[in-house]
Design a protein around this ligand. Structure first.
Ligand SMILES: NC(=O)c1ccc[n+]([C@@H]2O[C@H](COP(=O)([O-])OP(=O)(O)OC[C@H]3O[C@@H](n4cnc5c(N)ncnc54)[C@H](O)[C@@H]3O)[C@@H](O)[C@H]2O)c1
Ligand SMILES: [Zn+2]
Length: 514
């Protein structure tokens, strides 16, 4: 079996002191391990464009990171690291953290269900103990809409708050991001929304402090500068993306996930897994044309050596803990492991960006007819975000495996699959089988057909997905209308029982709890 470069060089843990790296831009000559590698002993080679290239970077990068540089294309990647504090009990620090950020009057955002649970009680107690004024907004819509974003922004504007606290899942954290943005820089909702659906206007200035506390495991939204909503009139999900939206501080308390229903753990856990897989297999940052300057460098840069670190470790943790965390609510180790995986995947995809499974998910969720998931509000149809993503994933990774078989196999190996003796030609089958085994073990819908669609919907689904230009462009292969339709046809349904030899995720062998 070949020894894969990506595995060889992927560190298994994120080093401490991440804050020191915040907003660092890594020109390749700044790589810290340059002296340890024989190729880096090379003398600087003069280039015709001395401002841009001082070293023979092609040997440099392909040696150390598996990224080959292309003339005229990007040679630099940025590291935007969120400030975060992780661990059981950290929710009780919310008030003190907000006070030290200079806040006096705080809005706490949550949804109606989470408002009744211990995490909100803990956060409120801590804010009051810190002597801050607090007003609670518990009307966040699960899977936010344009209308629910507007309502939250109106609350924020009217309250004259100087700080924000979000306690909930991705729906709550995203709604709080939007409320902070529109209360601070009022504009029509579509002004900051990604083109082509919105005008894609940049966020004009800084935002007040926002401390984000996730209670699912999870979207990683506490680490990203993205806020997603359902644009009801267009039957499409879309979002706002800006570094300025990233919460000032994330407090990730894994005990907040104790009360999560199994299907919410499964949906948010597969969201984590797909964030990591998509970041790890995205178009490389070196494939983008070189930007005119640092301001033109996008937040979603494509896969890069930094996102590889978080993605790989997140896959390893998801492989070990996802199935366990779904099956047994008392398995604290599994829920804690999955929470850390969510945070790492959030860091990875916040830097690299996701691609096709997410692009497709936006129409799977947006065009919903009558699907309702257990564990979620039943008053209206809804395909939970993580489900709307993972139903596409086996079909997508079968198609993308040929673009980097070694990465697809490395990802399957990190998830726990036996990849001994597997070659590049096996990558598509091994990774999709690993995903399907985990989907079967957790009881999530097996394909787009299982959430209410049929062959006759393929055109509409593909039309919605191709609109997600930022995500489609971040895929490792070009995808046109016909290719998108083929991906949806491939995702329509998967066999309920594996016909191949069992692979994969070790947790799937643990018996369900009673
Ligand atoms: N901004 C980003 O970077 C990003 C990334 C991924 C997903 N998202 C978005 O996040 C949303 C999905 O978020 P999510 O998966 O975290 O779920 P969610 O916030 O939609 O919540 C799902 C359900 O779980 C309940 N819930 C939440 N925490 C609970 C707890 N501790 N105990 C019991 N019930 C609890 C909620 O009330 C809700 O009914 C989607 O809108 C998706 O598009 C955003
Ligand atoms: Zn997601």
């Amino acid at each position: 079996m070949p020894v894969f470069h990506a595995l060889e060089h992927a560190p298994l843990a994120v080093k401490p002191a991440l804050h020191a790296l915040e907003h660092a831009s890594f020109a390749v000559e700044a790589a810290p391990h340059a002296q340890e590698c024989a190729a880096h002993a090379l003398e600087p080679v003069p280039f015709t464009d001395p401002c841009v290239r001082r070293y023979d970077m092609s040997s440099f990068m392909s040696c150390c990171h598996g990224y080959d540089l292309i003339e005229g294309h990007e040679s630099v990647f940025s590291v935007d690291v969120p400030a975060l504090t992780f661990g059981p009990g950290v929710l009780f620090e919310a008030g003190e953290q907000l006070r030290s950020l200079g806040c006096r009057r705080v809005a706490l955002f949550t949804d109606a269900a989470v408002a009744q649970l211990p995490p909100v009680e803990a956060a409120l107690a801590s804010v009051r103990a810190a002597g801050l004024d607090v007003a609670v907004y518990d009307e966040v819509h699960v899977e936010p809409t344009d209308a629910s974003f507007r309502a939250a922004a109106a609350f924020a504007r009217a309250g004259a708050f100087d700080g924000y606290l979000s306690v909930g899942g991705g729906s709550v954290i995203d709604t709080c991001k939007a409320a902070v943005l529109y209360a601070t820089h009022p504009a029509d909702l579509l002004a900051y929304v990604n083109a082509p659906i919105g005008a894609g206007r940049p966020v004009p200035g800084p935002l007040p402090p926002h401390v984000a506390c996730p209670t699912t495991c999870g979207t990683g939204s506490e680490c990203t500068g993205i806020a997603v909503f359902d644009y009801v009139e267009r039957k499409a999900k879309t979002g706002i993306a800006s570094r300025r939206l990233r919460p000032t501080l994330a407090l990730v308390d894994p005990t907040a996930t104790r009360s999560l229903p199994a299907m919410v753990v499964a949906a948010s856990g597969f969201d984590v897994l797909c964030h990591a897989l998509e970041s790890y297999t995205a178009r490389p940052f070196t494939a983008r044309p070189r930007p005119d300057g640092p301001a033109a460098r996008p937040m979603s840069q494509g896969r890069n050596p930094w996102s590889d670190v978080g993605a790989m470790e997140s896959l390893r943790l998801a492989g070990r803990y996802l199935v366990r965390a779904v099956r047994d609510a008392s398995d604290e180790e599994a829920r804690q492991g999955l929470s850390w995986a969510a945070t790492l995947a959030g860091i990875a995809f916040g830097n690299a960006g996701v691609h096709l499974p997410h692009a497709m998910s936006y129409s799977v969720a947006g065009l919903v007819r009558d699907y309702r998931a257990p564990g979620y509000p039943q008053d209206e149809p809804l395909v939970p975000h993580g489900i709307s993503v993972v139903v596409n994933a086996p079909s997508v990774f079968r198609a993308t495996a040929a673009t980097s078989p070694e990465r697809h196999l490395a990802a399957a190996g990190a998830l726990g699959a036996d990849v001994k003796g597997a070659g590049p030609e096996d990558a598509a089958e091994v990774l999709s089988r690993t995903l399907l085994d985990a989907m079967r073990a957790t009881g999530v819908p097996l394909g787009v057909g299982a959430v209410g669609y049929a062959e006759g919907d393929v055109d509409a689904l593909a039309r919605g997905a191709i609109l997600q230009k930022r995500l489609v462009d971040n895929a490792p292969m070009a995808v046109d209308d016909e290719a998108m339709r083929a991906l949806f046809r491939g995702a329509m349904g998967y066999a309920p029982v594996s016909t191949a030899r069992p692979a994969s995720m070790p947790g799937s062998t643990r018996p369900p709890s009673t």
